[in-house]
Design a protein around this ligand. Structure first.
Ligand SMILES: [Zn+2]
Length: 312
């Protein structure tokens, strides 16, 4: 009887992992990346294959996401026609760039040469000119590959990236140049995930961390963000995580342990050609999503790997 019940639990868990991972992928690739709105018909479509007991959770998440993107859209509507000026100036203020030595007048003169587009109505993409991008890099803001997502609790949230055509050879390490040319789309997906997950955190849908210290909480929330980004954009994981520079050796050990397990899972899937049979990293989205601390994350990764016979 116990075995039977465990079998049912394990099947239920598998179904959750499979369908919820697929749902998140569809939101990034099928809906937002291709510029569709999260309207009622799209949401109904997305929920069609979700098992009954998980529908409520997914529906709530989608409604929160739609609501948060809608709030961003409302802010943008108030600044119609001057969105890029508004967004860049908000960013200058909230990142205190003036205090960090950035010349604000130079930036304001350059904004007209930046580009502004929107994904799916409410997700702004700002293409930064060479001089603005380098000024921000020098001030220490933005990720190493230049694509950065900024989530604001009260103001506007957006994604920015350097306009490649304006980059000088010397601005980019060779691997970064390669990365841009081959993987522009992957960077977009990576940041789109950060935007979506950031909205789900802001809207109170993503589980809060219950780690014991603020440094561990921050590191945990960061690694959860980056692991999911890695799943859906195949971007390098170590660089992204260590870009945040933790100092505490205990925090670094925790991060290394998770990276070790996760890399090993990815390698096994690759080496054993498990991906050909449908076993992929997306299955790990749900177990990662529900984790609230490093121990839970480690246990959930190991448990899921066992369920799918993935060697660690
Ligand atoms: Zn990232």
């Amino acid at each position: 009887m116990k075995e039977l019940r465990e079998g049912v639990v394990s099947e239920t868990r598998k179904k959750m992992s499979e369908t919820i991972g697929e749902l998140y992928k569809q939101i990034i690739e099928g809906v937002l990346c291709s510029n569709s709105e999260l309207d009622d018909a799209t949401i109904e479509d997305l929920l069609r294959d979700i098992p009954e007991h998980a529908k409520r959770l997914c529906f709530d998440g989608l409604m929160i996401l739609r609501g948060e993107i809608g709030k961003n859209k409302n802010i943008l509507n108030e600044h119609e026609g001057e969105e890029k000026e508004f967004i860049i100036n908000e960013y200058i203020q909230h990142s205190e760039l003036e205090k960090k030595g950035v010349n604000i007048t130079d930036i304001n003169d350059e904004i007209k040469n930046c580009t502004y587009t929107e994904l799916a109505g409410g997700i702004p993409l700002i293409g930064l000119t060479h001089s603005i991008w380098t000024a921000l890099r020098r001030a220490g803001t933005g990720s190493p590959d230049g694509w950065t997502t900024s989530i604001s609790n009260n103001g506007v949230s957006f994604i920015f990236y350097p306009l490649l055509a304006q980059m000088k050879e010397s601005d980019l390490a060779p691997w970064l140049k390669e990365h841009y040319i081959k993987q522009g789309l992957l960077s977009k997906k990576h940041e789109l995930h950060h935007f979506i997950w950031g909205m789900l955190e802001r809207g109170g849908f993503a589980r809060e961390s219950n780690e014991s210290s603020s440094e561990l909480r921050e590191a945990f929330l960061n690694i959860r963000h980056e692991l999911i980004a890695h799943i859906f954009s195949e971007s390098g994981i170590e660089n992204a995580i260590f870009a945040h520079n933790p100092n505490d050796s205990h925090v670094i050990d925790q991060i290394n342990s998770i990276i070790g397990i996760f890399s090993s899972i990815g390698n096994t899937i690759l080496i054993d050609k498990m991906a050909d049979q449908g076993t992929c990293l997306e299955l790990f989205f749900y177990p990662i999503m529900k984790s609230r601390n490093f121990n839970e994350l480690r246990d959930n990764l190991i448990q899921t790997a066992k369920t799918y016979n993935i060697r660690i």
